[in-house]
Ligand binder design. Structure first.
Ligand SMILES: *Cc1c(COP(=O)(O)O)cnc(C)c1O
Length: 336
């Protein structure tokens, strides 16, 4: 089975499992897990932020960020298709009491569009208190946000009194693809989340980074959400290992995505968005769910992302030969 549904399907490698088994641990709710501490300090330094907090998932990182930056009744401006609005079970509404608005039907937008989307400062309007961007953008097909535009938006938002959060679940993909260091990509933001369990191949874990005051607030919200963990060094060790061994190789995933796109583009009637990173969006002439079902029967798993849209994600556990086999399966399906 070739599983391209997501880059979350990777299994920890033998080396990663050894690192987990050997991890020094302590009770992290008491702040005594040395491996978790080391991971938090390392990620804070990598992103050039004062502090970072290890959390079980990217969803919790985003939700903690919403709790830190907003009050109930506030509005959060997000890009179209944002993870925090689509894939977090409505948690932003449930726990932070916020509503989401988009400024444009795109993964990024102009300062003018942001200005128009922000509600007037009248008591009868929601308080627009946060701008949350996503880099790379998942529903946008793994697109890397143009950094100059990100900086313009962040500068404007800050000047207007908004906080600025980055959902950087795949920030390392953005960095490897663009050649821009992660700390530069993170610089315009008050808080930044990164996932270890996507392309980096760890089984669990994300971090939220920011200034010390916000991360201290985040620590309390993590506990409220049930994310205070005990001997969590076994998981943090997997993250340390991933940062040591699995960052530079993301370039392989990006090459595999291009290889997949090039193969699928040849199929008459099929359209492919040019992949910038490890996500390939494929528009098929028929029903996407039908194609996905038939592909699975042939040994290829894909995600359905719309009536006629499929998503394929390359990762640590697939090689060039798997990609060629995937293309062959899709070609045969299209012919049948
Ligand atoms: C996967 C993902 C997350 C977090 O997902 P979890 O499954 O909760 O770890 C957040 N944002 C984006 C853009 C993602 O792709």
């Amino acid at each position: 089975m070739i599983d391209l549904r997501s880059d979350t399907v990777t299994k920890p490698t033998p080396g990663m499992r050894r690192a987990m088994a050997d991890a020094e641990v302590g009770d992290d709710v008491f702040g005594e897990d040395p491996t978790a501490r080391a991971l938090e300090e390392r990620v804070a330094a990598m992103l050039d932020k004062e502090a970072a907090l290890f959390v079980p998932s990217g969803t919790m990182a985003n939700q903690v960020a919403l709790l830190v930056h907003t009050r109930p009744g506030d509005e959060v401006i997000v890009s179209d298709g944002a993870h925090c609005a689509w894939y977090e079970s409505g948690a932003g509404a449930a726990w932070s009491g916020v509503q989401f608005a988009t400024a444009a039907p795109d993964v990024i937008f102009s300062v003018d569009a942001l200005r128009d989307a922000m509600k007037p400062r009248a008591y009868w309007c929601p308080r627009t208190s946060l701008l949350a961007l996503e880099n790379t953008h998942n529903r946008g097909g793994g697109r890397v946000l143009p950094q100059a535009q990100v900086v313009d938006l962040a500068v404007y938002a800050r000047a207007e009194g908004l906080a600025v959060h980055l959902d950087g679940a795949r920030l390392f993909n953005a960095s490897v693809a663009s050649g821009i260091p992660v700390d530069v990509l993170a610089a315009p933001f008050d808080t930044v989340s990164v996932c270890l369990s996507k392309g980096l191949g760890a089984p669990v874990g994300s971090l939220l980074a920011g200034d010390r005051a916000r991360i201290t607030a985040a620590l309390r919200f993590r506990k409220m959400l049930g994310g205070g963990m005990r001997q969590v060094g076994v998981l943090a060790a997997a993250g340390m290992y991933a940062l040591d061994h699995h960052v530079a190789r993301l370039a392989d995933d990006h090459a595999h995505a291009r290889r997949l796109a090039d193969g699928v583009r040849e199929i008459p009637g099929w359209r492919v968005l040019d992949p910038e990173t490890n996500i390939v969006m494929i528009d098929v002439p028929g029903r996407a769910d039908d194609v996905a079902q038939r592909a699975a029967a042939e040994g290829l798993k894909l995600s359905v992302f719309g009536a006629s849209r499929l998503r394929a994600v390359t990762h640590l556990d697939v090689g060039a030969r798997d990609i060629d086999a995937a293309v062959a399966i899709l070609r045969a399906l299209a012919k049948a």
